[in-house]
Ligand binder design. Structure first.
Ligand code: ZN
Length: 117
């Protein structure tokens, strides 16, 4: 694993026996979407060594360079955004500004009617 990969993610896997952090010792690409990881528990009293897998399973945003063999199911959010036509024009939600705040003040939540005594 490169230093860059270590810096880029805090991703790790726990030992299935003692739940201590396990290190990935080596890995091997199995398919375009799946990689096998040889992992070793860092607890010296356990030292369990096991194979785990890392796999791309769903699409959040489609690739701009799609491979013809890759067709992963989409998340509900991606399907919703594509149906509404907003996926290509997706922008981060803007922060509320003064006008949003003013509109809230002009249209306050209705108050519940007083209970007659
Ligand atoms: Zn362990």
């Amino acid at each position: 694993m490169t230093a860059h990969a270590n810096r880029a993610s805090n991703l790790f896997i726990r030992c299935p026996h003692c739940e201590t952090k396990a290190n990935v010792r080596t890995s091997e690409q199995q398919t375009r979407t799946m990689r096998s990881l040889i992992c070793q528990c860092t607890n010296a009293f356990c030292a369990y060594t096991f194979v785990a897998s890392l796999e791309a399973i769903r699409t959040i945003a489609p690739s701009a360079m799609p491979h013809p063999e890759i067709d992963l199911p989409r998340t509900i959010n991606a399907e919703t955004m594509e149906r509404s036509g907003s996926l290509s024009s997706y922008k981060k939600p803007r922060k509320k500004n003064y006008h949003d705040h003013a509109a809230t003040e002009l249209n306050p939540k209705p108050e519940f009617p007083a209970i007659p005594t």
